[in-house]
Structure formats: structure tokens, C-alpha cells
Design a binder for this molecule. Structure first.
Ligand SMILES: [Zn+2]
Length: 306
């Protein structure tokens, strides 16, 4: 078999796999807020970071979290990536035992709008060689305004599929209509972006709601206060179980032959991003006492006044 034949077979094989331009990248509000804040704080300089999440299926990538990378220069290029820092962060991420993996990188284009320039394409090529489905997100923090974020998600078109001129994978949609992804400048294409609000994000955003002084004087219904207190007691039981479990884990670590510094370092990283039962029990107890007290006081004032 000569070289020509091998090449023919390879080309035939390659042409069977259609390129895929119909993926959706789903960004949670928490990740979007984090990225936007980082890009905003960094402007007018360009800043970059890594997006963490999960690859759901062939059509969807979910971005749950993001972290910033240290800035070395004014603009983004391959030399401005601190590889050592990146490796260290990914190692720490693995130790925290959550299932998020790096799914893409983001960077800012202050005032320029989202696109990939030559340097970005070069970085993206490096990432894509490691992980085919790695996505590049570009945010413009200057043009973004309240309720509208200027953002774009891109991926490079591989040179082989471009040379072969293969049609992209055909997709149908049950949502009603299908937005066609745009292929830019024959080297990269735009991915669809969707935003999601998970329960955890909703709680976090709600906790930022400003409270007024008279909120404490609102008397709740007796049945509401009762069910709230029942929920708190149930929560306290769950936290107690968790605390018990945590103590057992710590005890197990202590029995292993490791130095105290090593154990401390391991414990510090192991529970990152997880509920701390000790602190939560303390916090919940004081909230319950404060709430019950203010409810009784407000009810008394209400009785005396009206
Ligand atoms: Zn750029």
C-alpha cells in the first residue's frame, strides 16, 4: 500500500465525521457574574481566566464556575499565561473533590467587542489540541450594560475539515426554531450561549437583597413561623449528622502516618466549597434565636399599639 492509498483512506474516514457547529454553552449566573466582575476590574487591560464546568452531552457544555489567572502583560498572548499557576489551581481543584473540570477559557476585550484575534486563536489552538471541546469566551466589560452582557463563545474550525469542505452536522430542534451558528473568517465559529439560574445561584443572589430597618417589625403568620422553625430543626439535625461524619473523617486522617502540617494542608483543601457544619450550626442557632425574639417583640408591640 503506497502513501497515496493511505491518504485516500484517511480522507474518506475523516469525511464521514461531520464537523459540529451546533453546540450550546450554558453559563450559570454565578459564573457569569464572576467573569464579568473580573473583566470589569481588569479593564482597560485585558484579563483572562479558566471556566470550570461539565460536558453534559454532545450538544451542551455547562459552565458552573470560573477562576482568574494572574495578569503578566497588557494584552493576552501565549506568553502571558502563567502555566505553573494554572497547573497548581487545577491540582487544587481536583483535591476539593467536586466534579467540575476545565471546559474553556475566558478573556476580556475592553471596548472592542467579542471576537478572536490572531493571538487568541493561537492560544485556543493550544487548548484545543489538549481538549477538543474547549471553548473560548470573550467578554466586553465596557460595552456591557445593566441587563445586557456583550459576550461571545468561539471555537476554531479544524484545518482538515475546512480543507475537505464537509458540511456541518445536521441538527433539528424541538424548541421551535434553530439559531444557525455563524462561521467567522473561516477559522473559527460562534457557539450559542444560554444562561441558567440554579437554586444555589438564586440563594446567593437573594442573600444580596438589602434589608431595611422595618423588615424586623413585620409580624409573620403563626403557621409560617412554625414551619420555618421546624425546617430549622430539621436542618440542625442534618448538620449534626454532617458534623459527626466530618469528625470521623478527621479522626481517620489523624490515625494515618502523616505530619501535622500535611494533615492540616489536606484538610484545608478537602472541604473547599463545602458546607462547614460547625459554622453553620452556630449561625443557624443565632438566627433562630434572633428571629424568634424579634417575632415575639414585634407581636407584643403590635398587641399594645393596635
Ligand atoms: Zn482577545
Amino acid at each position: 500500500m503506497d502513501l497515496r492509498q493511505i491518504q485516500d483512506i484517511l480522507t474518506k474516514k475523516a469525511s464521514k465525521i461531520p464537523p459540529d457547529y451546533s453546540e450550546t454553552i450554558q453559563i450559570t449566573s454565578l459564573a457569569l457574574l464572576k467573569m464579568l466582575k473580573h473583566c470589569h476590574d481588569g479593564s482597560p487591560n485585558q484579563v483572562m481566566g479558566i471556566m470550570l464546568g461539565t460536558v453534559v452531552d454532545d450538544y451542551t457544555i455547562c459552565v458552573d464556575d470560573a477562576f482568574a489567572l494572574p495578569q503578566v502583560g497588557w494584552a493576552i498572548n501565549i506568553d502571558s499565561i502563567d502555566v505553573e499557576f494554572l497547573k497548581k489551581m487545577l491540582k487544587l481543584q481536583k483535591q476539593t473533590q467536586n466534579k467540575l473540570k476545565p471546559v474553556g477559557w475566558y478573556h476580556s476585550h475592553p471596548g472592542k467587542g467579542p471576537f478572536l484575534d490572531t493571538d487568541d486563536a493561537f492560544i485556543q489552538k493550544e487548548f484545543q489540541q489538549e481538549e477538543q471541546r474547549f471553548a473560548a469566551v470573550v467578554i466586553d466589560p465596557i460595552q456591557s450594560c445593566y441587563g445586557h452582557v456583550i459576550i461571545g463563545a468561539f471555537r476554531l474550525v479544524s484545518q482538515e475539515t475546512f480543507d475537505l469542505g464537509v458540511e456541518p452536522r445536521l441538527t433539528t430542534s424541538n424548541i421551535g426554531h434553530l439559531e444557525r451558528p455563524l462561521v467567522y473568517s473561516k477559522t473559527y465559529y460562534k457557539m450559542l450561549i444560554k444562561y441558567s439560574l440554579k437554586e444555589k445561584d438564586r440563594k446567593l443572589l437573594m442573600s444580596m437583597k438589602p434589608y431595611k430597618w422595618f423588615d424586623g417589625l413585620i409580624v409573620k403568620r403563626g403557621s409560617d413561623a412554625e414551619s420555618e422553625n421546624e425546617g430549622r430543626i430539621q436542618n440542625a439535625c442534618e448538620l449534626l449528622d454532617l458534623f459527626n461524619q466530618r469528625l470521623k473523617e478527621e479522626h481517620k486522617l489523624l490515625t494515618e502516618k502523616k505530619s501535622p502540617q500535611q494533615i492540616q494542608a489536606e484538610l484545608a483543601v478537602k472541604y473547599v466549597g463545602k458546607i462547614d457544619p460547625r459554622r453553620n450550626m452556630d449561625k443557624n442557632a443565632s438566627i433562630a434565636i434572633e428571629d424568634t425574639l424579634s417575632q415575639s417583640l414585634a407581636a407584643m408591640i403590635f398587641n399594645v399599639t393596635f
